[in-house]
Every structure is written in structure tokens, then in C-alpha cells.
Design a protein around this ligand. Structure first.
Ligand code: PEP
Ligand code: MN
Length: 377
């Protein structure tokens, strides 16, 4: 867990409903004065940290509900006041920031479709200069850690000090059960590089369904996330946006009661002894994996000399198909997930080709290590 609270926990509630975790809950969109008040009054009794509500909605297609706009800000603020909760709203343009400031909104968040665009983020950061409200930054829609970190850095450079990151999953071309694939290694790498930034998971936009809320929330807690942002609507079946993923305040209460926050360490002799033994075994197996990979690359480099001599390509489509077929069936027979085996061998294959090209001086010697998920533009 990070040491800084991004100014969020201090504001209110202290996540009393989830053992000190930040819990931001509320509807996807503020739809009417009554709807947000009903949500707030019920949520206020649960000890959540903040009430969320979208006012300007970045909808994928035109013609659908685009949010009420500025007129809904006083409703959101009044609902927060009635429930004694700070209120959070998404901003995508400097004018949104101005409106939120004018109406006393307590926390802002930058949505996934905005984080993706450095011009938009910079415009928001410029408008926030000297304001220093807490800002939560959702990950960009595409799995690009640099872009996410870049947005945080732009805000920091503008003097914003209370920043949290929200992981809401990534849009991908491959078929998954998620609306937005978690790809947990990206937020975990964000945590490693920016340990002071609180990390909040948004299982609502990640899963896209009510059913996935519990497993995703628990997974986030198992990964030591600092909190959750969950879409809650007093009448989800009447919601004008994201109907399938919203739950009622009562459902939120029962969901939170089932979740188990985790700690990183347990100073218990039995735990420490077993973990030390098992970790020793894992260390040794990892070394065996690396020894095997190193030997594999050595052989691949030898092969590249024959390929060069006889003018054959470093990429051999038939051989590659055979490898994929063999390794996935071998892997699944050994209790490994097929997609995982595929990912691993795609990386091994890419590196094998790179080493062959390098061996035959087609590409220059690599100087620095490539960082996964890193693209600088
Ligand atoms: C939202 O929080 O309602 C929203 C639009 O989310 P995202 O930016 O994650 O798509
Ligand atoms: Mn939504």
C-alpha cells in the first residue's frame, strides 16, 4: 500500500466500510436531482469515502444520453452535502474544470478517453494550476503505461499534489469476458514506479456486468489496491448509461461485506517458515527457466548461421505454427492456461527472431533493455 493518501482518504469517510480502503461509489451518470439524492442518502449511511456522478458523459456513439451537463452539478453537490460525502465528477475539458470549481465539486477525475490524449490532459493540467483539488486519473483506454504516467506527470508539473490512479481495464482486440481487460501487470508496474500514488480499481467498467464486480474487486484487494470505484444506481434497470454494470446501494453493502482486504505481510512463524521454503523453490525454478531460455537462444543463434548460409528466412511460418500447436497442447496438458502459453511463446519467438537478425548484423546491437508496455512518443 502506498504511504500517501492522495488527499482522498483525508477528505471523508476513510473507507470505513472496507477497512481503511478508499471507496468511491455512485451512478455512472447524474440523471435527475431525485436519482442522485436517493443514491447519496443510501450510500452516506455506508461509510463510503466519496460520491461519484458523471455530468458530461463520453459516450461511444452520438444520439445516446450524453449527461445532463452543468445543470446537474448543483444536484450532485446538494446530494453530497445531504449525505456528508465529498463529491467526484469527471472532467474532460477546461470548461468542465471551471464549472466544477464554481459548484464546489470536491474531487475530479479524468476519464480513460481523455487520459489517452496528451493535449487534453495538458489543457486540464493548465487549468488546474494553483487549484490543487484531488484528481483521480483513469488509465488510458489502450494498454500504455507511459501514457498513464505521462498524464500524472502533467498534473504534477502543474502543481497538483493530490493524485490517485484508477485502473479501469484496457480495450483490446482479443475476445475476453471483460468489457475492458484488466492486464494487472500494468497497474502493478505503475505502483512499482510511482509507489506514492494511491491505486484504485474500477471493477464496474472493467467487468461491464454486475456478476464480475465481486471477483474483480477481490482480485484488486489481493493485489493490494488502495480502494475501489463502483457504479451504484438506486434503480440500475432504469439507468441511462452503463445499465448492465450498476448495482443498488443495498447490493453494494452486501458486496463490500463479502470482500476481504489483504495485507502484504504476516509476522507469524508458521507463515514465514513455509513462505521461505516455497520461495526458495520458486527462485530455483525461475533460474532453471532462465537457463533454459539462455540455452535456447544460443541454439537459435547457431541456426541463424545456416539460415544465412542457405538464404532462408529467420521467420519460418510452418515451424512457428508447429511450435504454437505443440507448446499450447503441452502447456494445457500441464495445467497452464492456453493464452498464457501463447503470450509467453510469442515473446520468446520475437526475441529469437531478434537475436537471429542481430547475429547476422541485420539489426544493430541492443544497448538498453526494452521495458514492456513502454512506448515513448
Ligand atoms: C465513467 O466512469 O463513467 C466512465 C466514463 O469511465 P471510463 O472513463 O473508465 O470509461
Ligand atoms: Mn459508466
Amino acid at each position: 500500500m502506498s504511504t500517501s493518501d492522495g488527499g482522498l482518504r483525508r477528505l471523508h469517510g476513510r473507507g470505513a466500510c472496507l477497512q481503511g480502503k478508499i471507496v468511491v461509489a455512485g451512478p455512472c451518470s447524474v440523471e435527475s436531482e431525485q436519482q442522485i439524492m436517493e443514491a447519496a442518502v443510501q450510500l452516506g449511511k455506508q461509510g463510503i469515502s466519496a460520491l461519484r456522478g458523471g455530468i458530461w458523459k463520453p459516450r461511444t456513439r452520438p444520439g445516446s444520453f450524453q449527461g445532463i451537463g452543468e445543470a446537474a452539478l448543483p444536484w450532485l453537490k446538494a446530494a453530497g452535502k445531504a449525505a456528508k460525502l465529498p463529491v467526484a465528477c469527471e472532467v474532460a475539458q477546461p470548461a468542465h474544470v471551471d464549472a466544477c470549481l464554481a459548484h464546489g465539486i470536491d474531487i475530479l477525475w479524468i476519464g480513460a478517453r481523455t487520459t489517452v490524449n496528451p493535449f487534453s490532459v495538458q489543457a486540464l493540467a493548465d487549468r488546474l494550476r494553483g487549484v490543487d483539488l484531488p484528481v483521480m486519473v483513469k488509465n488510458p483506454v489502450n494498454p500504455d503505461l507511459e501514457l498513464w504516467m505521462g498524464a500524472i506527470e502533467r498534473l504534477r508539473r502543474a502543481g497538483v499534489t493530490k493524485i490517485a490512479a484508477i485502473h479501469r481495464g484496457f480495450s483490446t482486440a482479443r475476445e475476453t469476458i471483460y468489457r475492458n481487460e484488466p492486464i494487472w501487470r500494468i497497474p502493478l508496474e505503475l505502483r512499482r514506479r510511482m509507489p506514492e500514488i494511491p491505486l484504485i480499481c474500477d471493477p464496474s467498467h472493467m467487468g461491464g456486468t454486475q456478476e464480475l464486480l465481486k471477483p474483480l474487486s477481490q482480485e484488486a484487494l489481493d493485489l493490494l489496491f488502495d480502494g475501489l470505484m463502483i457504479e451504484v444506481h438506486p434503480h440500475p434497470n432504469q439507468a441511462q448509461s452503463d445499465r448492465n454494470q450498476q448495482i443498488t446501494p443495498t447490493q453494494l453493502r452486501s458486496l463490500l461485506a463479502k470482500l476481504k482486504p489483504k495485507k502484504e505481510l504476516a509476522v507469524v512463524r508458521d507463515y514465514l517458515r513455509h513462505m521461505a521454503e516455497l520461495r526458495k523453490e520458486v527462485d530455483s525454478l525461475d533460474h532453471q527457466v532462465l537457463d533454459g531460455l539462455s540455452r535456447r537462444m544460443e541454439i537459435v543463434r547457431q541456426m541463424s548461421h545456416y539460415k544465412e548460409k542457405y538464404g532462408t528466412s529467420s521467420f519460418q511460418p510452418h515451424r512457428w505454427s508447429e511450435i504454437i500447436k505443440d507448446r499450447t497442447s503441452y502447456g494445457t496438458a500441464h495445467n497452464l492456461d492456453q493464452d498464457f502459453v501463447l503470450d509467453v511463446f510469442e515473446m520468446i519467438h520475437e526475441e529469437s527472431i531478434r537475436q537471429q537478425e542481430q547475429e547476422n548484423a541485420v539489426i544493430p546491437q541492443k544497448t538498453a533493455g526494452r521495458k514492456r508496455g513502454q512506448r515513448v512518443g
